[in-house]
Structure formats: C-alpha cells, structure tokens
Ligand binder design. Structure first.
Ligand SMILES: C[S@@+](CC[C@H](N)C(=O)[O-])C[C@H]1O[C@@H](n2cnc3c(N)ncnc32)[C@H](O)[C@@H]1O
Length: 245
C-alpha cells in the first residue's frame, strides 16, 4: 500500500472505531452496568480500581482524569470527597449516560466532556489538568498510542501517574500472528448482540512499552492480573510517570 493509501486506511479504521461506540453505546452501558462482562467480574475492575487507589491514597486531595471513560463507571468510582474526577470520551451518547448517573453521596460531582483524543493531541488547552492520576481503562484502542500518550504527559502533575489497563497481548493474539495490526471485535462472546463490530489495534507487549517510552514516560509498574481459577492472565496493567526531559 502507498503511504497515502495506508494513511487513509488508518483514518477510516479510526473513524469506524469511533462510530462503533456511538452505535454500541446502549448495549455497552447495559453490559457494564449489569455485570455482563465476565473478565470484569473475574478481576479487571478490581485491578484498575486498586491501581488507581494506590496512586490516590497518598494524597489529601487529588484530580483524576478517566480517558475514554465510556458510561463513566470508573469516573464515578474514583470520585470522592477528596477526589475530583473528570471523564472524557468521544462518544456523546456515552457521555450523556455518564452525566445522567450521579456519583456516590458526598463525592465531588464528576465532570464529563465529549473529547476525542485527536482534540487532546491538537489543543493543549482542552482538559489541561494537571492531574495526579490519568487512567485509560481499555480505552487506547487505535493505532496512535505514542502521540496520544505524549498529549497526556503534560496533563500529568509532576509527581502524577498514568495507569493503563488493556487486554493481555499474549492472550488477545490467540492463534493469530503476534504482530501489531488492526483487528475486529464482534462482541459475540457477550450474551446480548451489539449493533456494530469494532475495529481495534492489537499491540504486542513490546509495542506497548515502546509507546510509553516514546511519549516521554517512564514505566513504574507492570501487573498481570490473573483469573482466580484458571490463573490465565486477564489483562495487562501498565503504570508510568513523567520522565524528566
Ligand atoms: C472499551 S470502552 C471502555 C470504556 C471505559 N473506560 C470502561 O472501562 O468501561 C472504550 C472507550 O474508548 C472510547 N474511545 C475510543 N476511541 C476514542 C477516541 N479516539 N477518543 C475518545 N474516546 C475514544 C470509546 O468511545 C469507548 O467509550
């Protein structure tokens, strides 16, 4: 493929990815809120909440940014009397669902904004921070990892932490090649149908770690939560901090 045709292919995959979330918003909200995602029940929700709490518990007050927050479960979970949580997502339908759902009584009410990662990359004044915690839970789904992380880096407080949870590459690769590239999620393992298939970009472990490094971040933790019974990896949790420039 020529460079320009390759670029057009990548952006059309990204467009389809974003559009899929708009049309899957209802099915996704139902799946998350009714505990229909087995891996989440088995431990990935606890894993990301635990990783975030380790960052937040040392601070008397904190600002947290949930990137690609979806219908906002994690934003609400992080919000507390001492934590102001902000959720951003490209899907207006998901942000609408988030805004309509209150956080726990006493928590600082979370803020939500419809923001695409492209806007974060292009405009430093959008959601400027600084944030003590930036979390991306299964939300870095396209091929622009390092540029998106590089846009998040200046939004982190100097001693802040970025936490990313993603599918475990060795499990997600299945029997296919262990190479970066676009794949398609059809949500057939969910017990209710989703209207649209979702293109997503598979990354090897090496590619995730290179992306973190290329964005001017330094790895501070790498966790592999496991299924309590099968002991197979459920996900990969990457923690990083700002690298001094
Ligand atoms: C698998 S869902 C995860 C949602 C949420 N983090 C959670 O844990 O339930 C992926 C989310 O990433 C968002 N997303 C994907 N690409 C995006 C982009 N380029 N800009 C902003 N949000 C994006 C989608 O709209 C979707 O809400």
């Amino acid at each position: 493929m020529s460079d320009s045709r390759e670029g057009a292919h990548e952006s059309s995959e990204r467009d389809r990815l974003r559009a899929s979330w708009e049309s899957n918003a209802g099915a996704w909200t139902d799946a998350v809120r009714n505990g229909r995602i087995p891996s989440r029940r088995a431990g990935t929700d606890d894993a990301i909440v635990g990783a975030c709490e380790r960052v937040l518990r040392t601070r008397a007050s904190a600002r947290a940014l949930d990137v690609g927050c979806g219908e906002g479960w994690l934003t609400r979970r992080l919000a507390s009397p001492s934590v102001h949580a902000t959720g951003i997502d490209a899907s207006a339908a998901l942000i609408d669902a988030a805004r309509r759902t209150p956080a726990a009584p006493g928590a600082v009410p979370p803020s939500y904004e419809v923001v695409d990662y492209e806007q974060l990359r292009g405009d430093a004044s959008r959601v400027p921070g600084p944030f003590d915690l930036i979390v991306c839970n299964y939300a870095l789904l396209d091929d622009s990892l390092a540029p998106t992380l590089a846009a998040l880096r200046p939004r982190l407080a100097r001693d802040g932490s970025l936490v990313i949870q993603t599918v475990h590459p060795w499990v997600a690769a299945g029997d296919g090649p262990y190479d970066d590239g676009w794949r398609v999620e059809t949500f057939t393992s969910f017990d209710r149908p989703f209207p649209s298939a979702m293109p997503w970009y598979f990354r090897t472990l090496e590619s995730w770690l290179r992306g973190v490094q290329a964005a001017g971040l330094q790895l501070s933790g790498l966790d592999e939560p496991r299924h309590p019974e099968t002991r197979r990896p459920l996900s990969l949790v990457i923690s990083a901090r700002r690298r001094a420039t």
